[in-house]
Design a protein around this ligand. Sequence first.
Ligand SMILES: [Fe+2]
Length: 260
Amino acid sequence: MVDIHCHIFHGLDDGADSLQTSIQMAEMAIADGITHVVGTPHANSQYKFDPGLIRQLRDELQSAVGDRLTLATGCDFHLSYENLRDIQNNPQKYTINQKNYLLVEFADFAIPPSMDDTMHQLQLIGLSPIITHPERNALLRTKPERMYRWLHQGAYVQITALSLLGRFGSAAQDRAEEWLDDDRVHFVASDAHNLKGRPLQLRAAFDVVAKRRGEAVAQALFQDNPLAAFEGRSLPYEPEQLDPSAKPPQYPRRKRFIFF
Ligand SMILES: [Fe+2]
């Protein structure tokens, strides 16, 4: 499995607190069957984002774990005014493995009307935005229509593995399950921060998805799609997303499976 969102590099944000914790998180991932991990530190008003330092931490951790795990860098990109200005000039500074997919996180209390335009602007500079854990955001959970529109316009959705296990409450779990059933999810990631409460594991959530949607969908969300994002390729599993403002279709929805 491939994890595109976690806070494994130490001393940068509220993730790993020491190199030893980073190494233990990496060992935990390997034991869980994870082969690739993207460390995605926060870039927001609380935490400064320093790509040089992040790469240094990646190299340090990579040499500690050897070739049993492939590590890359990315960013848990907060959609602030400053970040959006900077990314126009330096898109690959923030993307997953310096390719074209970008994790975007929303504020908990307000999503400005300009966000529709922002998502479009990111696409215009060649980026594919991945909306991180909308099931944990009360605004997107209760009013998901805007997210459906972004999906229709080509954005993707990543949910958190622990949401599927009920660890973020029943409202988050219900939405995660509903979106999973409705083919609105493209990635499941750990968003790991530490060893206990937010561990770097995906297997239990993989089993939940496999039971609910079948092995092929689980394989797509935990392996094939995240590996494609890691390598900067188009996603092999990309179900058609309807325009939420359009009238409901009079025919059964056609799902687009490229690999399956
Ligand atoms: Fe995160």
